[in-house]
Write a protein that binds this ligand. Structure first.
Ligand SMILES: Nc1ncnc2c1ncn2[C@@H]1O[C@H](COP(=O)(O)OP(=O)(O)O)[C@@H](O)[C@H]1O
Ligand SMILES: Cc1ncc(C[n+]2csc(CCOP(=O)(O)OP(=O)(O)O)c2C)c(N)n1
Ligand SMILES: [Mg+2]
Ligand SMILES: [Mg+2]
Ligand SMILES: [Mg+2]
Length: 286
């Protein structure tokens, strides 16, 4: 069993909207509230060698990234922390606060208890006049990504120069806001890798996605073939994947690369071959 099939089983219970986007969306007055929650565990999410401060930063950053992915402005974060050792709370909180401040977000509360494995749940609230959803891709739109992809996987594979990229994600809040204003038609973050994210987008769009791997922005100094593999299938990069009509690209102030096109046929292709839905997915052996 894997995370994706388990989440799909919720659709008949909760409705498709509950699992369609990086954040839940609630209309409130003249704007929208966006809400996201993310759970991180020491063994699966915090590579050995991270300090508590870095762990706190990462816990805040992954949730702020989901808010950025809606083209929304982060407002407040709650941090619930299950601690294996009480003395870790100060460092974790300092790191989370540093990240919140960097993105204009209030660390407004949380919860604390004891747990065998350090476990952190960060829950964030943001606002947008109109959120950008994962659905909304139009045939003929460009498929684009901000920054570069595969850096976190490069670090996990021994390219130590990408360590910071792995442990200190920088959510693309300013880019998300600019892309919202600049006409992005669909958007999400690529936390689980590009291939998996394109398949997530496929699940909520009638059209399809075709990318050219030579166009992928890969980590500097990594051989091209390996870099493309990291970019397609590696997780832990918190860049934005978006679609936009060609006449609206590039979007002022956003460093992004066009990697492909939205097509009428339903599917995901790389260099003309079907791209598997492979990436960073939580699984259960029983
Ligand atoms: N246990 C759950 N109950 C309800 N919705 C869930 C649950 N787990 C995941 N979701 C929803 O499924 C979608 C996909 O989740 P996820 O892949 O974790 O998103 P992301 O990678 O952006 O954090 C999101 O809209 C999320 O809110
Ligand atoms: C041991 C380890 N492997 C990989 C990563 C990189 N990484 C950070 S978050 C993430 C994927 C996203 O995690 P998930 O819990 O699925 O968050 P979501 O996609 O729901 O936001 C990855 C691969 C890591 N931090 N630690
Ligand atoms: Mg996301
Ligand atoms: Mg998330
Ligand atoms: Mg997840």
């Amino acid at each position: 069993m894997d995370e994706r099939s388990l989440i799909r089983s919720l659709v008949p219970v909760l409705g498709a909207a509950a699992t369609a986007d990086d954040c839940a969306t609630i209309q409130h007055g003249g704007e929208w509230l966006v809400l996201s929650t993310d759970m991180l565990h020491e063994t699966t999410d915090f590579p050995a060698g991270m300090t508590d401060r870095e762990i706190g930063w990462m816990a805040a950053a992954v949730t702020i990234s989901d808010i950025a992915a809606m083209g929304a402005r982060p407002v407040a974060l709650l941090l619930a922390t299950g601690l294996d050792r009480p003395e870790r709370l100060a460092g974790i909180t300092a790191g989370a606060l540093e990240c919140c401040r960097a993105y204009g977000c209030d660390l407004a509360g949380g919860d604390t208890d004891a747990h065998t494995e350090l476990t952190i749940v960060s829950t964030g609230l943001g606002t947008a006049l109109r959120p950008v959803r994962r659905s909304g891709a139009g045939i003929g739109d460009l498929i684009c990504v901000t920054g570069y992809l595969g850096g976190a996987q490069a670090a996990l594979s021994g390219y130590d120069q990408f360590w910071e990229r792995l442990i200190a994600p920088e959510p693309r809040v300013a880019a998300g806001l600019a892309l919202n204003a600049g006409g992005a038609t669909a958007m999400m973050d690529v936390s689980d890798g590009l291939a998996m994210s394109l398949h997530d987008m496929l699940g909520v769009n009638d059209c399809g996605f075709t990318v050219e791997t030579v166009r992928l922005p890969i980590p500097d100094g990594v051989p091209a073939e390996e870099g493309r593999d990291f970019a397609l299938f590696g997780g832990g990069d918190f860049e934005l994947l978006f679609t936009v009509p060609p006449e609206r690209f590039p979007v002022a102030g956003v460093e992004a690369t066009a990697i492909g096109r939205v097509v009428a046929e339903h599917g995901v292709w790389a260099d003309g071959a079907s791209l598997p839905a492979r990436g960073y997915v939580h699984t259960w052996t029983k």
